[in-house]
Design a protein around this ligand. Sequence first.
Ligand code: ADP
Ligand code: MG
Length: 456
Amino acid sequence: MTNEELWQAVLAQVQFTVSRANFATWFRNTKIVSNEKGKVLISVPNSFAKEWLSNKYHSLILKILRSLDKEIKVIDFVVDSKNSPLLKTKSSSRLKKAVPIGEPQLQFQEFKIDQKTNLNPRYTFDNFVVGGFNELAHAAAWAVSENPGAVYNPLFIYGGVGLGKTHLLQATGNRIVSLFPEKKVKYTTAESFISGIVEAIRNQEIEELKKKLRKIDVLIMDDVQFFAGKEKTQEEFFHIFNSLYQTQKQIILSSDRPPNAIPAIEERLRSRFEGGMIADIGIPDFETRIAILKAKCEEKDINLSQEVLEYIASNIQKNIREMEGALNRLVIFYKINQKIPNLEVAKKLLRSLIISPKKSTSFKKIIKVVASFYDLEEKELLLPTRRKEIVKPRQIAMYLLRQELKESYPSIGRRFKGKDHTTAIYACEKITKQLEEDDNLLTEINLIRQRLYNEF
Ligand code: ADP
Ligand code: MG
């Protein structure tokens, strides 16, 4: 494998484990400059990227490299400013050219995003597989695309990570653009909307920005759970929302949880979110996972055996993005070796994805993840307060300490100031009981679990 092929293979994997924005920010204009005696040297465009990659992605990159080539022992980063046309100019046409694409390759279609709409043409209804887990969301999105602004407004789609929210939102946008070319469609993530608002406020350009936003016919906002705790931007969004809504413009939103489970969000905004159609995306069953894999194989032009597909579908169950990541690994093997991996080869190639070393968590991590999930300070969870917005997260933290770490009740009690084993027992029993009745709580706890274990 050449250095370029090796790096393409790494990027293909990285792409499926980090967010799109992070991928574009930190991995653009990187390449392997040498691979000798077990040491891989990766060039990056600036010292900022070097620091970020060494701190945050060192172990991820090393892990992927080692899964591709066992000889590799260490990696290092070096700044190569020549390799950075992009950072000198932000022009998007440069951006397309600068992407290091070689043969064989996977296409990094992130980079073909339409400048006007922000939509990625790779996401369509045609390549979106429908099953019981997403059929309501799909039907609602399809109806909206037929008749934007008229049927479900807003359309609010929620579901766990990697299960197709962004795909569905973008497919809806793309279809509206093709059916109604005169309509102004805009896709944005809540995160980039928030930073746009903050920037505009700083530069005193907020009125202009609002004027521009009001001209949009279809506003698609992904991951609105990020509005939690952002009062100022919630306020601005509320006004934009109202003005679009009153003029029958379509609003499409997604979140990792239902509106009533987003913490620190103003009541009036929540009730706007709840005012239209809410549809969830669940977890695909085995047959649907196979169907999705088959569709992806067709897209990627590889003919894997049923055996291999079943192996992937039975080992990766809760995240379509991870399934696609596994598939990509096999595609790269195929492109490089011109041999379709059989079950035995697939097992080897996917070992690090599937039988990952027993993932573990800790007290610290549970507190950190629960606090950030509910937009609280860690110490708020630990100190004795009866504030309603803290009681439930604290009970969930206790429940998770019991479930995930098998801690004893007295030991759980001791971890929280002013509590003892009776509080811990009460908390665990209460959450267990509520889980039987409350699907939203189940979604929340599953999302928290995902965060506990998903990081590298
Ligand atoms: P989310 O936004 O919910 O985290 P994404 O929409 O980014 O998830 O989906 C993750 C990956 O899985 C994407 O590559 C997407 O194309 C693929 N995917 C998700 N759902 C489906 C589906 N129903 N059919 C085909 N591909 C899907
Ligand atoms: Mg998404």
